[in-house]
Design a protein around this ligand. Structure first.
Ligand code: 13P
Length: 249
């Protein structure tokens, strides 16, 4: 039995004031959700503040990206070692916005995944197809290619300590979520692909759905057998919405 995980991705949002209100508002619902893991992925500049505000609570947190390197002349980057020092449990890797706006290839994403895991964080590997790829019937091929890059570099057992987030790009920030049936079909395909290499890994790994998840739609999504929670953007910035999604899990 996999524990559900509900994770917020704040993206490029927040002020010191809004972060304080949001985290304070989420500590209670996170503590109350005894059988659900709850986490938020904050902009790195707020991680110290999040660390203080979540102290002693069940609310975990992470970063939205990490560099391959641990230190050195890499202006603007943040290393997994730094994230670990600030108490992060997780780091997203390969979010479609990173792949698109920062030209991150499958190989770069795999390298980052490896570094994140090597320094003691849990990588949350984001995968998913564009609308064009979806309409061309290429969804399964795209997610397999994205997964394969990580398996080639890190091995299938790396997914014993990682999370997968299936986020169809056409559903991100559009208000147009995949239906529960659509998402379940892709999640089942992902799990089958993993199972062909290790039934044990496939049975254990959490696969989250992301893309316009709202409190109103979360329950149906999360009731699907292969959907183990959600990676939530916009709705994770609103205490009541995110609390509703936690409750649905
Ligand atoms: P939205 O929930 O705003 O569609 O964003 C999803 C996402 O990209 C989470 O990583």
């Amino acid at each position: 039995m996999r524990t559900p995980l509900v994770m917020g991705n704040w993206k490029l949002n927040g002020t010191k004031e809004s972060v304080e209100a949001l985290v304070k508002g989420l500590v209670e619902p996170a503590n109350a959700a005894s059988s659900v893991q709850v986490a938020v992925c904050a902009p790195v500049i707020f991680l110290g503040q999040v660390e203080q505000l979540t102290a002693g609570s069940k609310l975990a947190y992470g970063a939205q990206d990490a560099d391959i390197h641990t230190s050195g002349a890499f202006t603007g980057e943040n290393s997994p070692v730094m994230l670990k020092e600030f108490g992060c449990t997780y780091s997203l890797v390969g979010h479609s916005e990173r792949r698109e706006y920062h030209n991150e290839s499958d190989e770069v994403v795999a390298g980052k995944f490896k570094a994140i895991q090597e320094y003691g964080l849990v990588p949350v590997l984001c995968i998913g197809e564009s609308l064009e790829q979806n309409e061309a019937g290429e969804t399964q091929a795209v997610v397999e290619r994205q997964l394969k890059a990580v398996v080639d570099l890190c091995g299938i057992d790396a997914f014993n300590n990682a999370v997968i987030a299936y986020e169809p790009i056409w559903a991100i920030g559009t208000g147009k979520s995949a239906t529960a049936e659509q998402a379940q079909a892709v999640h089942a395909g992902i799990r089958q692909w993993l199972a062909a290499q290790s039934a044990d890994v496939a049975a254990k790994v959490q696969i989250l759905y992301g893309g316009s998840v709202k409190a109103a739609t979360a329950k149906e999504l999360f009731s699907q057998p292969d959907i183990d929670g959600g990676l939530v953007g916009g709705a994770s910035l609103i205490v009541d919405e995110f609390a509703g999604i936690i409750a649905a899990a």
